[in-house]
Each structure stands twice: as structure tokens, then as C-alpha cells.
Design a protein around this ligand. Structure first.
Ligand SMILES: CC(C)(COP(=O)(O)OP(=O)(O)OC[C@H]1O[C@@H](n2cnc3c(N)ncnc32)[C@H](O)[C@@H]1OP(=O)(O)O)[C@@H](O)C(=O)NCCC(=O)NCCS
Length: 248
């Protein structure tokens, strides 16, 4: 990690491997003015050019006008609005029929679903990133999760086929839906709802609340979480800087 003042950036190894070019994340210090942010980001951009970094992301609170102005002034492009939703995990959620813990037999199908289902995430939404690379990020994410990153991995089966998955992380009182997807030809028929209900059932007695992040523009996902009793607790925006001297 490189820190300048209270701003810092860090290369992201998983994204770098999946995208095949050096990728990093910038964290801005709190409470600075647009001009202070701007001066520091301007110096960092020079570093990134000389280090041949390809893509740098930065996520800031939607209300942080100073940070947003400084990023825009330094050729960062606003890519997505990310909402965090939350609900308590109460005592009476049963495991729905057709939802079970993932086994090795589900792995290939989940990777294929993950490769094809996503379209609203920051990699797919940035038109400077090839869609095949964005698909690969999601496929690798599913593979890593099933190989141990996820605290819980639940799948939905229909007629013996894997039709969707939910991958969760666990941090103290918080269970986090890290990734959820249903096969493209199975969406809109309640499978996503069963997967979320399954995750709530799994964490009953293990965590107090469940959190999930999704894009504001992902209407199906927002509809699903709102139907399941989640409420919005945070809104952030994600920016990307792409090195103009490097092609994807
Ligand atoms: C989000 C996702 C998991 C939901 O799974 P699903 O099986 O389709 O979910 P359900 O059928 O239980 O519910 C979907 C809800 O979205 C609504 N919906 C579906 N498509 C929609 C659209 N284009 N616009 C608005 N609402 C939509 C449905 O009507 C339903 O809402 P309702 O119960 O209020 O009618 C699925 O759409 C998916 O895999 N999307 C691609 C991956 C993704 O974006 N994952 C979320 C990332 S955080």
C-alpha cells in the first residue's frame, strides 16, 4: 500500500490477475477540500502513468461533493451508484425447498452462471473494459468463493440442475451477501428470493444482520431485496481512472 497524506492506494491482486493489467484502488482521506484532494490526486495520477497502472477505482460517499469534484477534475469517470441495504436476521426464517449448501458438483455450473449473469457491476458498466474481461472477473470471483473465500455458499436446484447461487461472507454480527446470481433463463421466477431466504435461514443464530451492496440501476436486485425487507443504509459512487496510454 502507498500512502500520501491520508490518501492511499493499493494494487488489487485478484482484479489484476483477472483483467490482465495492473489495477489499484484509491482511498481518499476524509474531510479535505476539493482543491486539497485535487492536488494530491493530480500527483498520484503522474505516479500511476509512470508505473503503467491501467485502472484505478475510487469509491466515495454520494454526499462528498469535494471528493467527487476532485476526482472528476482528474479524469476519473463516475461509473456506478452503489447502495448498501440491510435487514435484521430474525428467528423464524426456514430453509426454502430446493436450496442447499453448494458441493463440488455445483462448481462448474455456478461459474458459468456467474460468467453470464452480471451486467450492472463496475467492470461491465465501464465501456473502456472489454465485456469478456468483465465476465472473467465474475467467473473467477465465483471460483475463488467456492474454493474457500465464501463463509457460506448456497445453491438452488431445479430438476437436478444448478440454477443459481448466493455466496456470503461473515464478519462478527454481520452476514454479507457477497455475490448472488440466477441463470439468465431462470430469472424473475422467485429463485433469487429463495436464495436470499436461504441465506437468512443459514445465518439465523450466527449473525444479527445481513448486508448487501447493489447498483442503484440494478432494478431486479433492488426489487428483490426490498421485497425481502432490506432497507437502504448507505449510497456511494464508484469512479474509474483508466490510463489513456494503455489499451485494454
Ligand atoms: C438479482 C437476481 C439474483 C434476482 O433473482 P431472481 O430469481 O430474478 O429474483 P426474483 O424472481 O425472486 O425477484 C426478482 C424481482 O425483480 C423484479 N424484476 C425482474 N426484472 C426486473 C426489471 N428489469 N426491472 C424491475 N424489476 C425487475 C421482479 O419482478 C421481482 O420483483 P417482485 O417480486 O417485486 O415482482 C437476478 O436477477 C440475477 O441473477 N441478476 C444478475 C446478477 C445480479 O445482478 N446480481 C445482483 C448483484 S448485487
Amino acid at each position: 500500500m502507498v500512502a500520501i497524506s491520508d490518501h492511499s492506494y493499493q494494487q488489487l491482486l485478484f482484479e489484476t490477475e483477472a483483467l490482465g493489467q495492473p489495477v489499484a484502488r484509491l482511498k481518499l482521506g476524509r474531510g479535505a477540500s476539493a482543491s486539497t484532494h485535487g492536488a494530491i490526486i493530480g500527483d498520484l495520477v503522474q505516479d500511476w502513468r509512470s508505473q503503467h497502472l491501467w485502472l484505478v477505482s475510487c469509491r466515495v460517499d454520494d454526499h462528498d461533493a469535494a471528493a467527487k469534484a476532485a476526482l472528476s477534475a482528474n479524469d476519473f469517470r463516475c461509473i456506478e451508484t452503489l447502495v448498501t441495504l440491510e435487514r435484521t436476521i430474525d428467528g423464524n426464517q426456514a430453509m426454502p425447498d430446493g436450496i442447499s449448501q453448494a458441493t463440488d458438483d455445483d462448481c462448474d455450473a455456478c461459474i458459468q452462471i456467474g460468467r453470464r449473469a452480471f451486467g450492472h457491476d463496475r467492470f461491465h458498466m465501464d465501456d473502456r473494459i472489454d465485456n469478456d474481461l468483465a465476465d472473467r472477473v465474475k467467473a473467477n470471483w465465483v471460483r475463488n468463493s467456492l474454493q474457500g473465500r465464501a463463509d457460506a455458499a448456497l445453491v438452488s436446484h431445479e430438476a437436478g440442475q444448478t440454477r443459481g447461487f448466493v455466496l456470503c461472507l461473515h464478519n462478527g454480527d454481520n452476514a454479507i451477501i457477497d455475490l448472488i446470481a440466477v441463470a439468465n433463463d431462470g430469472q424473475g421466477r422467485g429463485i433469487g428470493g429463495k436464495l436470499v431466504a436461504g441465506a437468512l435461514s443459514h445465518y439465523r443464530g450466527r449473525a444479527k444482520r445481513m448486508l448487501v451492496g447493489t447498483q442503484h440501476d440494478n432494478l431486479a436486485s433492488r426489487a428483490l431485496y426490498e421485497r425481502m425487507g432490506f432497507v437502504r443504509v448507505k449510497t456511494e459512487v464508484t469512479y474509474h481512472w483508466v490510463n489513456p496510454e494503455i489499451l485494454s
